[in-house]
Design a protein around this ligand. Structure first.
Ligand code: NAD
Length: 313
């Protein structure tokens, strides 16, 4: 699908990925940027977009933002906490993510909008061998967040295959960039601002994952939507290498010009449901003609510099 002169709805448009994508799309398209601001920031949404504060859990609100004239929906709104540690919070993550996605696709079917881009997650793979290709199975997520994304994928695939909504589904590695909060990089920066001598690291620090900068992420999303021709297009999105948690601590300390000691909470993972090692196979993206970024460390460093700039002021 050509992303020019389209009427586009982006949900989660005040969040990390949605706001960067909206900033790109508004140049050539008419973008309705939707967010309930439960986590995202209004100022992250570019002025050229039409901002609508709406809750995608509310079908009436969904009806008002997705209409007969909508050409494509980028459904990025989600409860994004992988790390939840009580049953009530887990129930909310599952219910909200699956309900929002169902509301969106049901409304799309109703009004005849037949193009959808959806953000899934590497967490659907659980502790799969690496690098993990899209065809890997059986999928055994180990967090409720991962389970909610796998359920969402099932709903999107159903609407793609049975109701003609052409879909592009992205299984993201860890996406990093400006304004991000509640992620390892801003956490380390804030901890080191509080105590420059000592950094407490969750787990043993050997957890090792692939990080991709949000600017590269939104470029890849647009490329895949423009070039993926199937009814249901499923793509991993990540860099080719990984960064360990100790590696992130080293980069953060370096950017902040500090030399802290590290202490570890112990165990091979940060929290229950944390997948300690993750690297996605990106050959399918390469086969589509996309030049996948090599370097996870470079993404972490760039995001650290941006976040430190924000958090020091
Ligand atoms: N960032 C990552 O590393 C990563 C990894 C895998 C998957 N994803 C997925 O990519 C998408 C974007 O992630 P992100 O990092 O930009 O997250 P984010 O938390 O920065 O953005 C999500 C946005 O959705 C909004 N939102 C939440 N509930 C809503 C509701 N009921 N109605 C309307 N808006 C609502 C929030 O206010 C927030 O602005 C999400 O679906 C996320 O699950 C992200």
């Amino acid at each position: 699908m050509h992303l020019e002169n389209q009427k586009i709805v982006v949900t989660g448009a005040a969040g990390l990925v949605g706001s960067q994508l909206t900033a790109d799309l508004v140049e050539e398209n008419d973008v309705r940027a939707v967010d309930d601001l439960s986590k995202g920031a209004r100022e992250a949404v570019p002025d050229k977009a039409q901002f609508v504060q709406a809750d995608m859990l509310d079908p009436v609100a969904v009806d008002s933002v997705i209409t007969e004239t909508t050409d494509i929906v980028f459904h990025f709104a989600a409860h994004t906490d992988v790390r939840v540690d009580d049953p009530e919070a887990e129930r909310r993550v599952f219910e909200e993510n699956t309900k929002m996605t169902y509301n969106v696709v049901e409304r799309m079917r109703e009004v005849g909008c037949d193009h959808l881009a959806f953000t899934s997650s590497s967490t659907v793979y659980g502790e799969a061998p690496r690098p993990t290709p899209e065809g890997y199975g059986p999928l055994e997520p180990i967090s409720i967040y991962g389970a909610s994304k796998l359920s969402d994928e099932g709903v999107v695939s159903t609407f793609a295959n049975s109701y003609g909504i052409q879909s592009w589904v992205f299984r993201f590695a860890n996406i990093v960039g400006p304004r991000q909060r509640g992620n390892v990089i801003p956490d380390f920066i804030q901890k080191l601002q509080d105590d420059p001598e000592m950094l407490t690291i969750l787990g043993n620090g050997k957890q090792e994952k692939s990080y991709l900068h949000v600017a590269d992420c939104v470029e890849a999303i647009q490329y895949v939507v423009e070039h993926g021709q199937e009814d249901y297009n499923l793509y991993n999105l990540g860099s080719r290498t990984t960064t360990s948690v100790i590696g992130i601590a080293d980069i953060v300390a370096d950017v902040m010009d500090l030399d802290p000691a590290y202490e570890f909470t112990g165990g091979d993972r940060g929290w229950t449901g944390d997948v300690p090692k993750m690297r996605l196979d990106t050959d399918k993206l390469v086969d589509l003609g996309y030049d996948v970024p090599e370097e996870s460390d470079a993404a972490v460093r760039r995001a650290t510099e941006e976040l430190y700039e924000e958090l020091r002021s």
